[in-house]
Design a protein around this ligand. Sequence first.
Ligand code: SF4
Ligand code: SF4
Length: 353
Amino acid sequence: MWTRVGLASIEGMTNSHASQQHAAFGRSLKQMSLGADDPIHWGCSMKGWNCCIDKGIVVRPYDMVRLRHAVSKPAHEITNENTVTFAWHGPTGALVGSLGHVPYGEGHVACSFYDEITNVSAARMREEDPERFASMPLSVQRAADASAANEYRVAGLCQAHQNRPEVCRAFPFQREISVDDAGVTTEHGMMRVNACGSCSLSTPTTPRQTVESEDIGEYWRAHDVFTSVTAYYRSRGAAKPDTELAQMVGYQALPISEVELAELWGSMYLVDRDATVVEQHAEQWLADLDIDGDRAIYLAVMAHALDRIDAAVAASGLALDQLGVPGQVPVLRPNIEWMLDPSRPVLTLEAVA
Ligand code: SF4
Ligand code: SF4
C-alpha cells in the first residue's frame, strides 16, 4: 500500500535509501570523462537491463513536471503515492527526488515504470491487445512465435518513455557542469557514468549524437536552472543544515524550522499547487505531451521558489553575509527566463580538455 504524505509533512517524504542510490549512480567505477564528439561504439537496445534495474533515478523539479503527463496525475498525487520519494542531497543540501521501485527477481528492484516483455507475454499481448502488439519493436513481435516452454526476456519498455527523467534520456551519459557566483552554469564536458554491457548495441557514434537524438536540450536547460536555484538557496542558508556540506564548512542556516525548509524546497516539486499553475494551467497534466506548457509551468514555479527564499531571508532580518557558506560571495539571483529560452544552446563544447 502507498503511504499518503502531504505537503506539510514533506520532510517525511525523505529516505536515506534514495540518497545512497543517488550517490551510487554518480560515483560508478565506470565513470569516465569523454569529449562530446569522441568516437564511441554504443547504441541503445531499449531493453533496460542496466539502466532500469537496481538504479536510483534522480527526479529534479522539471522531471516532475514531465512525469505528470506519464501518469496523468498532478504532482502532489505522484508524491502521495510514492511514485517519487525524496531525500536531502549531502553535497548540496538540496531536496532531490527519486523514482520508486518494485521487486524484480531475487534481491533486485526495478523502476516502477519498467515493463518487461518476454516471449510468453508477447504472445499473450498478441492475443489480448493486438493494437499494442502491432506497435511493438520487431524483436517483440518475432518473440511471440517462440516456444512458451522456455520463457526469456525480450525487451524492457518504459511506461513513461516520452516524459521519462533526464538521467534516463541521456543514460549512460551526463554533462559535467558547475555554477558560478552569478548563478550561471558552465559546461565542462561529458561523463559516461555507467556501462550498458551486453544490453547495448555497438553502433559507431559520439556522445553528442546519442544525446541529441533524445532532444535533451529542454531537460538540460531546466537542469541548469535547478543547479542555479540550488546555489542561490544554499547561499541564503536554505541548504539542509545537517548534510555533509553544511557540517564541513560551518554553514550559517536560515533560522526556520525543518518543516518550513522542506516546504520551501517541496514547492519546486508540487507544481500543481502553485498559484499561477492553478490559475493558468489547471489540469495541464492531462495532456500526453506539452513541452511549451511545461516550460511555462516550470518558469513560474522556479520564479516563485526564488521569491519565497527572498521573502524568508527578509523575514529573518539577517544580512546575506550572515547566511550560507561563511566568506562566500552571495550568489546573484539567476536569470531563469534566459536560462530556459529554447534558443539558448547547450552542449556547446568542442571537446574535454
Ligand atoms: S543500452 Fe544502456 S541505456 Fe539502452 S536500454 Fe540498455 S542499459 Fe539502458
Ligand atoms: S523511467 Fe523508464 S527509462 Fe527511466 S528507469 Fe524507469 S523504466 Fe527505465
